[in-house]
Structures are given as structure tokens and as C-alpha cells.
Design a binder for this molecule. Structure first.
Ligand SMILES: [Zn+2]
Length: 333
């Protein structure tokens, strides 16, 4: 050990600096121990510098990586933003299409409702004509007009078009159009039922003159042409040539067809609604019991059978089995 110490002390190192100019040469003498220490220090300093450099480099690499990741993320975000924008644009287009479609629907519904109104007016006119013609009193269906629902006047806060669209949307949402159609449909169904029953009634009502002939004896009290006594005449007598056609006064069912004492050959028809008609003193019977007959159908010919003084038709109208004046029900010829 001492040997090594001596070696370091005795051996010296000289560092010389030789300038390029004429200046004197500078030199320093160190013993080996100091020189070695300086060398070690220099190596250590270098190592420290290297470590710092490497660390900095590493940081730099990490930062670059992070930066690149951030960049990538930013690009992704930008893409997402773009795609959201395009989705938004699509939605806007869809909304425009829907609005147009709603407007078309509104136009369609409006025109259908106008047509419905026109139909209703026509029906009203027809019903009123029917009432006049037949002395009926059928009520006209209520118009389920769209005015009830669609009101174009707005308070000015929202554009008229938007107000209409919103109303239409409400109508669709509440299914008001279906309700309207259903209500109107029910009105028409009721009307049709009423008209049908009224038509049936009118067809059955014995108001058609049963034959062509001269009214020779009215309804009511008169001197009986056979007995000479004053008696009530329960019908009217219409006189014409033997074989003149006799028709039904209304739709009905033949409840009697045959011989009946003073009536001779007689047909009795039940018309329903409390009405029955009697066709007496017939020459020929052209309908049989139980058959259904329609107004104006040929059922026999005029004759003088039974208690009769000449060829004529004795015609009776019975309402609830009581004779009424046929002239009060027969329509003018
Ligand atoms: Zn008579």
C-alpha cells in the first residue's frame, strides 16, 4: 500500500499549454494522485452529462408520443364532429320532408273534407226533396265539417302555416279525423236506415188508386142502393167496364182471396203499419192468399159479384181495423 502511495507521490504529470504565438509555454505539474483524481472527476462529470442527456431524450420521446396520441384523438374528435354535423343535416332534411308530407296531408284532408261537405249538402238537398215529395219529415244529417276542427285564424304569435300543421298533428294524434269520419258515417247510416224504413212505409202505405173508374159513391153515410135505407158506406165505389184491371194500393200480403157473401169475390191485403185494404165485387181473382204483392200489382178485374147493383170496385182502407176515407190517403191520380 505504501508502495502504491509512494508511486503516486513520486510520479508527476505535467500538463503543457503551447500557444500558437510567441507567448511563453505554460505548464502545470501535478503529482499522479491529483491527476488521477481530476481524471476520475472528469469521467464522473461526463457520466452525469450523459445521464442528463439520455433522460432529456427519453422525456422528449415520451412527449412526442403523447403529442402524437393527442393529435390522433383530435383527428378522431374532428371526424366525430363532422359525422354529427352530417347526421344533423340529415335530420334537418328529414324534418323538411316530414313538414312537406304533413302539408300534403293537410291539403289532402282539407280537400276530402270539402268533398264530404259537398256530399252532405247534396244529401241534404235530396232529403229535403224527398220530404217535400212524400210529406215526410226526415232530418238532414249534421255536417261534420272540418271548420269544427281546423281554424285557420291564429293569434299572430305563430305563422299560420305552422299553426295549421300543429292543428293537423293534433288531429292525427287525437285521431279526430277517424272520429269525424265515423260520426259522419253514423249519421249517414242512420239516414239510410230512416230513408229505407220510410220508403218501405211509403211503399206499403195504400195510397195508389186501385183502378181507373168513376167515383160513384163516396165514403160515409148514404142511402143504400140495394136496401134503400140510410147506412154508412165503409169505402168508395169506382165504376168502369167489367174486366177493368184492379191493382194493389200498396205493398203487402194477401190475407184473403175468395168469395165472401155480400162482397162477392174479394181480396184483402195486409200492408202492415196498421193498414189493410179490401177490393170487393171482383170479376176475376188474380192473386192468392199468402202471396206477397207490390204496389200497383194486378190482383183482379172489376166485376159485380156479391151484393152489387152494377160493375164497380168497392174499395176500403182500414186503419187498425177501422175503415177510413180512402180519399184521405189515396194520392191524386
Ligand atoms: Zn161500395
Amino acid at each position: 500500500m505504501n508502495k502504491l502511495k509512494n508511486y503516486f507521490r513520486q510520479n508527476k504529470v505535467t500538463i503543457m499549454v503551447i500557444p500558437k504565438s510567441q507567448k511563453s509555454i505554460k505548464q502545470w505539474h501535478f503529482n499522479l494522485a491529483i491527476a488521477f483524481s481530476i481524471l476520475i472527476l472528469l469521467i464522473l462529470a461526463n457520466l452525469a452529462l450523459l445521464t442528463t442527456t439520455v433522460t432529456t431524450r427519453l422525456h422528449s420521446i415520451i412527449l412526442t408520443t403523447q403529442n402524437s396520441t393527442l393529435n390522433k384523438n383530435m383527428i378522431i374528435k374532428e371526424d366525430q364532429l363532422q359525422s354529427l354535423e352530417s347526421i344533423n343535416n340529415l335530420r334537418l332534411e328529414e324534418i323538411t320532408v316530414l313538414k312537406t308530407s304533413l302539408e300534403d296531408t293537410l291539403t289532402y284532408v282539407n280537400s276530402r273534407l270539402i268533398e264530404m261537405d259537398a256530399v252532405n249538402q247534396n244529401v241534404s238537398q235530396l232529403v229535403s226533396m224527398f220530404n217535400q215529395e212524400t210529406s215526410s219529415n226526415i232530418s238532414v244529417p249534421i255536417s261534420r265539417s272540418f271548420d269544427r276542427f281546423i281554424n285557420t285564424s291564429t293569434d299572430g304569435l305563430i305563422p299560420e302555416e305552422d299553426a295549421l300543421l300543429s292543428q293537423l298533428a293534433d288531429l292525427i294524434a287525437n285521431d279526430e279525423i277517424s272520429k269525424l269520419i265515423l260520426e259522419q258515417g253514423n249519421e249517414y247510416s242512420e239516414l239510410i236506415t230512416t230513408l229505407q224504413s220510410q220508403i218501405t212505409y211509403l211503399e206499403c202505405r195504400p195510397d195508389l188508386y186501385p183502378t181507373q173508374g168513376k167515383l160513384t159513391s163516396p165514403f160515409g153515410f148514404r142511402r143504400d142502393p140495394v136496401t134503400g135505407k140510410t147506412a154508412s158506406h165503409k169505402g168508395i165505389d169506382l165504376a168502369n167496364a167489367t174486366g177493368t184491371n184492379v191493382y194493389t194500393a200498396g205493398d203487402g200480403i194477401v190475407i184473403f182471396a175468395g168469395w165472401n157473401g155480400s162482397f162477392g169475390n174479394v181480396i184483402i191485403i195486409n200492408h202492415g203499419y196498421g193498414y189493410k185494404t179490401v177490393y170487393a165485387h171482383l170479376n176475376e181473382l188474380k192473386a192468392s192468399k199468402g202471396s206477397t204483392v207490390t204496389k200497383g200489382q194486378l190482383i183482379g178485374t172489376m166485376g159485380s159479384s156479391g151484393k152489387s147493383t152494377g160493375t164497380h170496385l168497392h174499395f176500403e182502407v182500414r186503419f187498425n181495423d177501422t175503415q177510413i176515407n180512402p180519399l184521405n190517403i189515396l194520392k191524386e191520380k
